[in-house]
Design a protein around this ligand. Structure first.
Ligand SMILES: NC(=O)c1ccc[n+]([C@@H]2O[C@H](COP(=O)([O-])OP(=O)(O)OC[C@H]3O[C@@H](n4cnc5c(N)ncnc54)[C@H](O)[C@@H]3O)[C@@H](O)[C@H]2O)c1
Ligand SMILES: [Fe+2]
Length: 370
């Protein structure tokens, strides 16, 4: 019996060079551009500024990875003072999540931390255009903004339909400058999104189809994309977008649940923090016959004999793109495992896995990764 809903309201414009039409996607004459230090120094950013000449009310290029609420407040203040009625975020997930929050909170009076503590977001926002430069988070099509409150040292998600953008521009010209390290980590983030939406108790035939297509593209293209192949980079940015639509319906699960503490306490990049536990949880989930049958189907869709061959290929790709294997290299000590498990078990999305994740299983998996 089916029981699901599906919503994906963001108008998406995808294709090589699509970013050059950015001026046609909004009528605004008071645009706030949001980016970071690296993106604002890129040639494509200069080109976008030129294309929007005379229509830019302000620029905020101060987004840091894993955006913090006070930084968002700063951008909100700028948005209000320059009178912008359209926010364009150009960057990775950190920039897009900031742009989403700014578009909404600039129509409000409260501080970002208030909303992260549970205050309801308002029903208005500025026009919002999201332009990803990583492949990636899928944030361009999700209703989520992931922010950090440094006072409680926690990553938290604002989740609300008001956070959907109006338009997403998905253009491989913008991801080709990613350093290999970022391409590998963000590519595995997209892989986690696709797989976590697939083994999810909220999955649906639509999500399964989207996730299988995203995984097929990622396993075939992540390695050449990380090594500069333009066609593979194009496949990766589309795969990330497709995976974004899929997990936006279901939310993510255990790999993301564990990642939050790995990022906030050990400074591990989001994509890598999720990737660390993907392969062991793939093996764990596939010990359940129903999940194995589903993963076998995904494996065959991707041209493998079944789930084992697919998991082995993901395992091989993990090393091939240069992701590290050991949490101890990132400062995690044996005595830290209990606290990581406590945090991972406490995040509600852990319960969305089809095969229940027990505390013992999580403990063993994290210990094995030391
Ligand atoms: N909202 C969502 O649905 C969602 C989903 C997954 C992750 N996230 C969040 O997104 C953030 C991670 O985003 P990310 O992985 O895209 O990384 P990021 O945005 O933090 O960027 C990482 C680094 O790569 C650089 N970079 C980005 N694009 C580049 C390019 N084309 N060329 C050169 N350098 C480039 C950035 O300047 C930055 O230094 C985390 O905070 C995570 O929690 C959000
Ligand atoms: Fe993610």
């Amino acid at each position: 019996m089916y029981d699901f809903s599906f919503q994906s309201p963001v108008k998406s414009m995808a294709g090589r060079g699509k970013f050059r039409s950015i001026g046609e996607f909004t009528g605004s004459k008071k645009i706030l551009l949001i980016s970071d230090k690296i993106i604002s120094s890129m040639a494509f950013y200069g080109e976008i500024k030129e294309l929007l000449k005379g229509r830019i009310a302000g620029e905020f290029a101060g987004v840091m990875p894993n955006p913090e609420c006070e930084m968002v407040d700063e951008a909100v203040t700028l948005c209000k003072s320059c009178g912008a009625d359209c926010v364009i975020g150009i960057g990775g997930g950190s920039v897009l999540d900031t742009a989403k929050a700014v578009a909404v909170l600039s129509c409000e009076e409260g501080k970002t931390a208030d909303y992260m503590a549970g205050k309801a977001l308002g029903r208005h926002r500025q026009e919002l255009i999201l332009v990803p430069t990583t492949a990636g988070t899928g944030s361009e099509v999700t209703n989520v903004s992931v922010l950090t409150d440094p006072k409680i040292n926690k990553k938290l998600s604002l989740v609300d339909p008001i956070l959907y953008g109006d338009i997403a521009i998905i253009d491989p010209c913008l991801t080709e400058t990613m350093p290999k390290r970022v391409a590998a980590a963000s590519g595995f983030d997209a892989l986690c999104h696709a797989i976590e939406a697939y083994w999810n108790i909220r999955t649906s035939p639509l999500c399964e189809a989207l996730s299988m297509e995203a995984v097929d593209k990622i396993v075939k293209n992540i390695y050449p994309a990380c090594n500069g192949d333009g066609d593979a980079q194009e496949e990766m940015v589309i795969a990330s977008y497709i995976a974004g639509i899929s997990f936006n319906q279901t939310r993510t699960t255990v790999c993301h649940a564990i990642s939050y503490k790995l990022t906030s306490d050990y400074g591990i990049d989001h994509g890598l923090a999720c990737a660390f536990t993907l392969i062991p949880f793939l093996r764990y989930e596939s010990e359940d016959p129903a999940v194995k049958a589903a993963l076998d189907r995904m494996g065959r869709y991707c041209g493998f004999s079944g789930s084992e061959a697919l998991i082995d290929e993901i395992d091989r790709l993990y090393d091939a793109v240069g992701l590290p294997r050991h949490l101890s290299d990132r400062g995690v000590k044996p005595e830290d495992v209990d606290a990581i498990v406590d945090a991972g078990m406490a995040v509600p999305i852990t319960k969305l896995c089809k095969r229940e994740v027990t505390r013992e299983a999580m403990h063993r998996i994290i210990t094995d990764l030391l």
